[in-house]
Design a binder for this molecule. Sequence first.
Ligand code: SF4
Ligand code: SF4
Length: 220
Amino acid sequence: MRSKNLLEEISDGKLYDIEDMVKADTCGCNGCSDCCRDVGDLVVLTPFDIYEMVNYLGVEFDELLGEKIELRKSNKILLPYLKMQPKNKYCSFLDREGRCTIHSKRPNICRLFPLGRVYKGDDFKYFLQIGNCPKEDLQNVKVSNWLGIENYDKNKKFILEWHKFIKALTFRLKFMRDEKEIDEVNQILLDSFYRAKIEGDFYDEFLKSFPEVKNRLGII
Ligand code: SF4
Ligand code: SF4
């Protein structure tokens, strides 16, 4: 979590809820794609992001690996991230005209910018990043309209559960020294949450299988 001082430094100093108005609307970005460059270590993908991508593109998780996304290990946890093109560091989902080819199904983190999320207890709020988006005169927009997330309440519940789970898994792996055991945990994580075929509502299916997978991973 960001410290209060850092948050004040990088934001306008306010926290926003989903129904609040915020000066974040770039009104179309005018061909800019600055926030799609060199963000490989920032955009960690959740199972929901992957579910959206694979269904939209009609591919399997493993077909995205290597070309569009890549696995990175952080705190011993192996998770998928957006892959940047080696030559120019632009996101692999960006086309030659600088447009996102999965715009309607882009990852939740991409939807936020220039907003960010800050977790507080069992909840999170939004903050407005300053100095990162080159567009001047950002306009007022309701946070919910800027994000454009369908089934927002279910999405938020999932994001909070996932955040809590990754924190708990980080703590569990901190004390695990055996590389084989760590690999097994990561295999279960990827197979159960990212490679799993989901028929029907993502959120319902996720919450149904969540307790059993957590149990296998030793997370209470
Ligand atoms: S940096 Fe700002 S203007 Fe440029 S693409 Fe991102 S949100 Fe749009
Ligand atoms: S997924 Fe789309 S919005 Fe997100 S960084 Fe890549 S090109 Fe940009």
